[in-house]
Design a protein around this ligand. Structure first.
Ligand code: ADP
Ligand code: MG
Length: 388
């Protein structure tokens, strides 16, 4: 699903009120009754609400559910994207939307600009998009989810990622600076460099390897395991003069505590991912064994436990549990495990949420020519006048 911001500037203040009403109604209703939408929007009686509903439905920001028992609408990911962009615009965090630079497993990444023209990264979490295809176990847990519950999990992923980036940055870890978070999205510093994956040689693999292992160990010392520490989630900055490579770590929704029951397994997997990659890509194998989980936590800093700190903030224990259940259901799949990603591809893909997949097909048809136009459009978000 693409983020097509072209409609943003055409929505009226009333359209925004109605879209916001559908979002509010979604808290208690999978399908928000049309009468309730009108009531929450405070637009009862007039034809305005129906006009807005028609506009929003035509733009794919809200949708009907097939075979529904009453007249109503649900919010789509497109609608949620628009609400987020509008919030970010009102906060003066994001002024314009640029090109998409990444399509992750479960996220879309865009370059955006703030009002001063500074480039930033917008990450939109899209849980449920792919995972269900790749899962062997727990399919019922995933299949029976509604769009709303995927949106809830996507919001948790964004909140968790933001919370961890915040404490990691504060503690001097090499991560992008987190700037804002709303709903299923977060805005962060743009790291202008390439992922390790796309780098064919480094001037000094031994030093880079050592720095990466140090990073894994330093994280463990403050109570954390990244859980997806691999060549896709490490961006490498090269100093133009000294040629020294500095890694920046990204992508934190699956981060876990060193007290997790399988912590050692995840720690070892992070370590082995890097070993495997260095041997394949740079033909480099370290003479030193380890690092080992037991050593890393033995001299951990007892007063600095970031896993505990994050749990005590807005990202509550209940939220952590909900997200963990999801992560466990998809088997804590690692991006570098390409083989597992194909296991069920194409078999189950459409079963999880019929409505959404159908709606996406329709969207594709409507916006067939979009790619060509989208390449370089800088949509100004500022023209919109959402007044709430
Ligand atoms: P996913 O969870 O989908 O893997 P990531 O956070 O890893 O999402 O982002 C996907 C890709 O987008 C990354 O591999 C990287 O190329 C790019 N990317 C993400 N965040 C940034 C950033 N802050 N600066 C530059 N590129 C980024
Ligand atoms: Mg990633």
């Amino acid at each position: 699903m693409k983020l097509d911001s072209r409609q943003l500037r055409y929505l009226t203040a009333e359209d925004w009120r109605v879209l916001t009403a559908v979002e509010m109604g979604s808290k208690n209703h999978e399908l928000v009754p049309t009468v309730l939408i009108a009531q929450i929007a405070g637009l009862r009686g007039g034809s305005g609400v129906h006009k807005s509903i028609a506009t929003l439905a035509k733009s794919g920001l809200i949708a009907k559910i097939k075979n529904a028992k009453y007249d109503g609408y649900r919010l789509t990911y497109g609608g949620l994207d628009y609400l987020s962009l509008n919030t970010l615009r009102k906060q003066d965090t994001v002024f314009s939307l640029g090109n998409q630079i990444g399509v992750g497993k479960e996220s879309d990444i865009y370059v955006v600009a703030d009002p001063t023209g500074k480039q930033l990264v917008l990450k939109l979490h899209r849980l449920g998009r792919i995972s269900f295809r790749t899962v062997k176990a727990n399919r019922d847990y995933l299949r029976n989810r509604t769009t709303g519950s995927w949106m809830y999990l996507s919001r948790l992923a964004a909140m968790k990622e933001y919370a961890f980036m915040h404490v990691l940055k504060r503690e001097g870890f090499p991560v992008p600076e987190p700037i804002a978070q709303t709903r299923h999205t977060l805005v962060m510093e743009l790291i202008d460099s390439f992922p390790l994956r796309s780098i064919d040689n480094v001037s000094d693999p031994l030093t880079l390897y050592g720095d990466l292992m140090d990073l894994i160990v330093r994280l463990a010392k403050v109570g954390l395991i990244h859980g997806d520490f691999n060549e896709f989630n490490l961006l490498i900055k090269e100093d133009p003069v000294t040629k020294k490579s500095t890694p920046i770590l990204i992508d934190f929704p699956q981060m876990l505590s060193t007290t997790h029951e399988n912590a050692k397994w995840y720690f070892d997997r992070d370590v082995n991912c890097i070993k495997r990659f260095f041997s394949r890509q740079f033909k480099f194998t370290s003479d030193e064994p380890g690092p080992f989980f037991e050593d890393a936590i033995k001299d951990a800093d007892k007063n600095k436990r970031l896993d505990i700190e994050v749990e005590a903030t807005g990202f509550s224990r209940k939220m952590a549990k909900d997200l963990d259940r999801f992560v466990e259901a998809v088997g804590f799949q690692n991006e570098a495990d390409e083989d597992t990603a194909e296991v069920l591809d194409g078999q189950d893909g459409n079963e999880v949420d019929q409505d959404d997949s159908e709606e996406e097909e329709e969207e594709e048809e409507e916006t067939g020519s979009q790619d060509a136009q989208e390449d370089n459009v800088e949509e100004e978000l500022a023209e919109q006048t959402h007044t709430d």
